[in-house]
Ligand binder design. Structure first.
Ligand SMILES: NC(=O)c1ccc[n+]([C@@H]2O[C@H](COP(=O)([O-])OP(=O)(O)OC[C@H]3O[C@@H](n4cnc5c(N)ncnc54)[C@H](OP(=O)(O)O)[C@@H]3O)[C@@H](O)[C@H]2O)c1
Length: 283
């Protein structure tokens, strides 16, 4: 089995890009995207950042041409704005954005729960994309789901696809209502996987293992299985069946996990609860 690439290949949309990308908010997610763009060969001179408290890494990029907290007049036309501030900061941050948005600008928000309608109301008329990444973006292995308003042109979609691909895989939907379930599955999903490692640790201790060994086994098993799933062409069910001998130890555990009130039921309830909460928060 050949290893899957850990970062996507440079896409033509970024390699030949000659405009300006403006990043609003270079915190955890914004910095991960910035690093991803640079890794894909986007020149720092093509990037401007608005960030009140830049990290030393971001500030150091000014020596390579990155423009930090520029005034509008210094930028010229901005091709894309990436909005990566916390959702609760949006009402305060969005007005500072408006002067940078022209008729040809596409604005991409990665803010959880902020709808296209909210974004459109806070901006001059322009192409707007709402995207939902997840935390593995920090290591270039996120998955982002995006939806655009009708003003997004095919070229803008291609540019945004390339920008989001810098931190992992990108999927597009046309129905914004799906974003609540997307948030529940992939946005919140990393926490479910971390919980699995926690639960396996506790169960290992209950079965007699020393705590440190149980934690090491659980962590390595979750990480290794995730990597196997990532690299394998087989789906999760087939990989599971491949490690389950009839009447064996795995089958004994799966009888419990796949029982009537087992993991399927729990996960369905959990994702339904997260979907409902996402709808409530979006208002
Ligand atoms: N982290 C995730 O796993 C994840 C997953 C999916 C979606 N998202 C979304 O990604 C967004 C960013 O999350 P994060 O975890 O990266 O948050 P974060 O680390 O707090 O980053 C936000 C950054 O924006 C800066 N900022 C605040 N007000 C600003 C303004 N008016 N103008 C310019 N910059 C401003 C903040 O500076 P200060 O520190 O000075 O406030 C901070 O550096 C959120 O909307 C979140 O919903 C995150």
């Amino acid at each position: 089995m050949s290893p899957a690439p850990t970062s996507p290949a440079a896409t033509p949309a970024l390699a030949g890009f000659s405009g300006t990308i403006l990043l609003l908010g270079a915190g955890k997610m914004g910095s991960a995207m910035l690093e991803g763009w640079l890794a894909l060969g986007l020149g720092p001179d093509k990037i401007a950042v608005l960030e009140p408290q830049p990290t030393p890494e971001t500030a150091a990029l000014t020596a390579r041409g990155l423009r930090l907290n520029p005034v509008r007049a210094a930028l010229g036309e901005v091709s894309a704005v990436v909005l990566a501030v916390k959702p609760q900061t949006a009402p305060e941050a969005m007005p500072s954005l408006a002067p940078f948005v022209g008729a040809a600008t596409v604005v991409v928000s990665i803010m959880a729960g902020r709808t296209l309608r909210f974004l459109e109301a806070a901006l001059p008329p322009c192409a707007v994309i709402r995207a939902m990444p997840n935390t593995p973006a920090a290591i270039g292995r996120g998955i982002t789901v995006a939806v655009g308003n009708p003003r997004v042109s095919p070229q803008q979609r291609e540019l945004v696809h390339a920008l989001l691909s810098a931190v992992g895989t990108v999927e597009w939907v046309t129905d914004e209502a799906l974003m609540d379930a997307v948030t529940a599955v992939s946005g919140s999903g990393p926490a479910y996987v971390f919980l699995l490692a926690e639960a396996m640790t506790k169960a290992g201790i209950a079965a007699g293992l020393p705590g440190a060994l149980a934690a090491t086994l659980a962590r390595a098993t979750v990480a290794g299985s995730g990597e196997l799933l990532h690299r394998s062409p087989l789906d999760a069910a087939t990989l599971r069946q491949n490690v389950t001998s009839p009447g064996g130890t795995t089958a004994a555990a799966l009888d419990v996990l796949m029982g009537k009130d087992g993991l399927d039921r729990l996960m369905t309830d959990a994702i339904a609860a997260a979907t409902r909460r996402s709808r409530e928060l979006a208002g």
